[in-house]
Design a binder for this molecule. Structure first.
Ligand SMILES: [Ca+2]
Length: 334
C-alpha cells in the first residue's frame, strides 16, 4: 500500500519537487525503438523542468540516426539541443526507423553536419560547473571511449579522462546484466574491448541499469491509439513492422517492446525517488571482451577503486509499464 501511494505521489507531482538534473544523453537511436521512447520521455521531463538536456550524442552511424533525433527534437519544440555524432563512414539500414521519422517530420541535421561527438562532449563539459553533469548512456560506449582518449586541445588543457573526473558526478549506463550475464548489445556493440576499457577507466560513480530490468517491461502497444502524426507512432510502427527480431509477430499494429532505455532515463532524472529501485553497491562490474559481465562482490575483491552500483526494481513490472507509458505520453498529471 505504501508503494501504491508513493507511486501516485510520484505520478502526480510537478517538476518542482525534483531538483533539476543536467545531463548528456548518449544513444544508439534508430535501432531499437526504446531509444525513441527514452528521448520522448526526456523532452517531457524538460518541459516539466525536471532536467536540462545539454546535448545528445549519437553512437549510430546509420544514415538517418542524427536526422531522426533532430526531427524528434524539433517536433517537441527543443530544436537547439546540440547533437554530436561519431565521425566514421555512414551506412544505410532499411529497418532502422530514423528515415521513417525524417520522411514525416522536419529536420536539418544529419550524421555529417552534426558536431563531432568527442569535441561536443569536451565543449559541454568544460563550460559546466565541477561535478554537475550526469551522462546517461543507452547505447554502446564508443563515444565515451573516444572522450576518455581525447587529449588536451584548444577547448581544454585537460584530457578527456580528467574532464570526466572534474565535471561528471555520475554515469548512468544501461547495459550488461546483473549480477552476471553473457553477451548484451550495449556492452558488445560489435566493438571488442570498448566496454572493458571504459568501465576500467571511469573513476566517477556509475549506476548500471542492467538488461534484466527492462526486458520484461513491455511498452508500445499503447501507441496504437495515439495521433498517427507523431514520432512515437511513426517510429514504433516502423520498428514493429521491420526490426528483424520482432517483425515475425507484426499483424498491422504496433507491438509491445522491451523497455530498457526508458528505465535509464527515469532513473537519471529522478534518482532521488527510491520507491522505484533498490541499489546494490557491494561490489563492482567486471566486463569481459565479448559483451558479458560479472558483479564482483567485496567479499572476493577490494572494490575501493570503483564506485559502482546496479539497480533492482522495487515495484511490479506492470506498475512500471504504466509509469513509463504515462511519461512517454506526457500524462504526468493523470
Ligand atoms: Ca539503446
Amino acid at each position: 500500500m505504501i508503494k501504491y501511494f508513493a507511486f501516485i505521489l510520484c505520478f502526480m507531482v510537478s517538476g518542482s519537487l525534483f531538483s533539476q538534473t543536467k545531463l548528456i544523453l548518449d544513444t544508439d537511436f534508430s535501432g531499437d525503438a526504446d531509444d525513441l521512447g527514452a528521448l520522448v520521455m526526456l523532452h517531457h521531463f524538460i518541459d516539466k523542468n525536471e532536467c536540462e538536456l545539454l546535448g545528445i550524442m549519437s553512437w549510430s552511424n546509420e544514415q538517418y540516426a542524427v536526422a531522426g533525433i533532430d526531427a524528434v527534437n524539433r517536433f517537441y519544440k527543443h530544436p537547439n539541443i546540440p547533437i554530436g555524432s561519431r565521425k566514421v563512414p555512414i551506412h544505410r539500414q532499411e529497418w532502422c526507423y530514423g528515415k521513417a521519422i525524417t520522411d514525416d517530420f522536419p529536420h536539418k541535421l544529419n550524421n555529417k553536419t552534426a558536431a563531432d561527438a568527442t569535441l561536443l562532449y569536451r565543449q559541454l563539459l568544460v563550460k559546466s560547473d565541477d561535478a554537475s553533469i550526469k551522462i546517461v548512456t543507452i547505447g554502446p560506449l564508443k563515444n565515451i571511449e573516444n572522450l576518455l582518449n581525447s587529449k588536451p586541445d584548444s577547448i581544454s588543457d585537460l584530457s578527456g579522462k580528467e574532464l570526466i573526473e572534474k565535471k561528471v558526478k555520475e554515469f548512468v549506463i544501461m547495459g550488461g546484466r546483473f549480477p552476471k550475464g553473457k553477451k548484451e548489445w550495449n556492452f558488445d556493440g560489435e566493438m571488442k574491448g570498448v566496454t572493458k576499457f571504459v568501465i576500467r577507466n571511469i573513476k566517477t560513480p556509475i549506476t548500471f541499469i542492467g538488461a534484466e530490468l527492462g526486458e520484461h517491461i513491455k511498452t508500445g502497444e499503447v501507441f496504437n491509439t495515439i495521433d498517427k502524426k507523431t514520432p512515437l507512432y511513426v517510429g514504433f510502427m516502423h520498428f514493429s513492422k521491420n526490426a528483424p527480431w520482432v517483425k515475425s509477430n507484426f499483424k498491422g499494429e504496433i507491438l509491445d517492446n522491451a523497455t530498457y532505455d526508458q528505465l535509464a532515463i527515469l532513473y537519471v532524472v529522478r534518482s532521488e525517488v527510491d520507491d522505484y529501485w533498490t541499489r546494490i553497491e557491494d561490489g563492482y562490474c567486471k566486463p569481459d571482451n565479448k559483451g558479458g559481465n560479472v558483479w564482483i562482490t567485496k567479499k572476493s575483491c577490494d572494490t575501493t577503486k570503483f564506485k559502482h552500483s546496479y539497480l533492482k526494481l522495487s515495484i511490479k513490472n506492470k506498475i512500471m509499464e504504466g509509469i513509463v507509458e504515462s511519461l512517454m505520453l506526457n500524462k504526468f498529471n493523470k
